[in-house]
Design a protein. Structure first.
Length: 283
């Protein structure tokens, strides 16, 4: 599921990070795509793909594993049998709990990904003299400068994004599946409803938490040039100096990516889960 998500959405994610961190450099999504292609070529859209793959595979593995555990916790809290189907709202709460655990594996890999994606802009703006162009060089730079804890810059911002965001993510996905099922079992849904439901869930997530993600990207990228203020300090500075709309820079590529990538994520997840369950049942 995580692999399908990255393969589908990486170019749009790269545009998102560039526009969030350096909104003055780009007039819009088309301008960002054209300039990136002219300056760096096609490979510029896939900067940070390796850490993005690691991030998404790790995050979604932990997320969906913990989602199952958190569903059982929700069942205990509401006092129902462990085989009872949860409501869409209860599934949303379980997804929100699960995201807190996924954040611990996501934050370090996302920091490396974001820095690689915005390295060219950091050099152009004069914030750093020489950039690191490989995953290993970025990892080594973080360890040398800040130590292992340096990988958790932006952790509070990531938590602020993930916990409420995944409530809307799983809530939107389950609500959409309920709509398409129309009284039937959700497990009987075909690929198109699953794609649309995943896309809807992803869209709900990003609409709800986009300004938080924008602050997170800035903290993680700009900390290459020196110590950054925390979440609230960065948030207030952006609003004061650039205005509220700066917090929504890169929203368009994000929404395109959210629908495509999360549709692919849930489609791959549901079908791989069914395949694995068949294998288990055959034993």
């Amino acid at each position: 599921g995580g692999t399908a998500c990255v393969v589908t959405g990486q170019p749009f994610d790269t545009a998102k990070v560039k526009m969030q961190t350096f909104p003055d450099m780009y007039k819009g999504i088309v301008d960002c795509f054209v300039k990136t292609y002219k300056q760096v070529g096609l490979r510029g859209f896939y900067k940070g793909t390796t850490p993005a793959l690691v991030a998404n595979i790790a995050e979604n593995s932990v997320l969906f594993m913990c989602y199952g555990f958190c569903q059982q916790i929700v069942r205990r809290i509401v006092g129902v049998d462990r085989k009872t189907k949860l409501s869409d709202l209860q599934n949303a709460a379980a997804g929100s709990f699960a995201s807190a655990f996924a954040t611990l594996v996501l934050c370090p890999t996302e920091l490396v990904k974001c820095r690689l994606q915005a390295m060219h802009e950091m050099q152009l703006s004069g914030k750093i003299i020489q950039g690191h162009n490989t995953v290993w060089s970025v990892v080594k730079g973080v360890i040398q400068k800040d130590g292992p804890l340096g990988f958790y810059r932006g952790l509070s911002s990531t938590l602020l994004r993930e916990v409420p965001g995944y409530f809307f993510f799983f809530g939107g996905y389950e609500l959409s599946r309920t709509f398409f099922a129309s009284g039937r079992s959700k497990d009987e849904l075909g690929p198109i409803p699953l794609l649309l439901s995943g896309g809807f869930g992803g869209s709900c997530l990003w609409i709800a938490v986009y300004p938080v993600d924008c602050v997170k990207s800035r903290i993680q990228v700009l900390s290459m040039a020196g110590k950054q203020t925390g979440f609230m300090g960065t948030f207030v500075t952006v609003v004061r100096t650039e205005g509220v709309l700066a917090l929504y820079s890169g929203l368009k590529p994000t929404m395109i990516r959210a629908f495509l990538a999360n549709g692919a994520l849930f489609l791959a997840y549901e079908y791989s889960r069914k395949l694995m369950m068949k294998q288990i049942d055959s034993y």
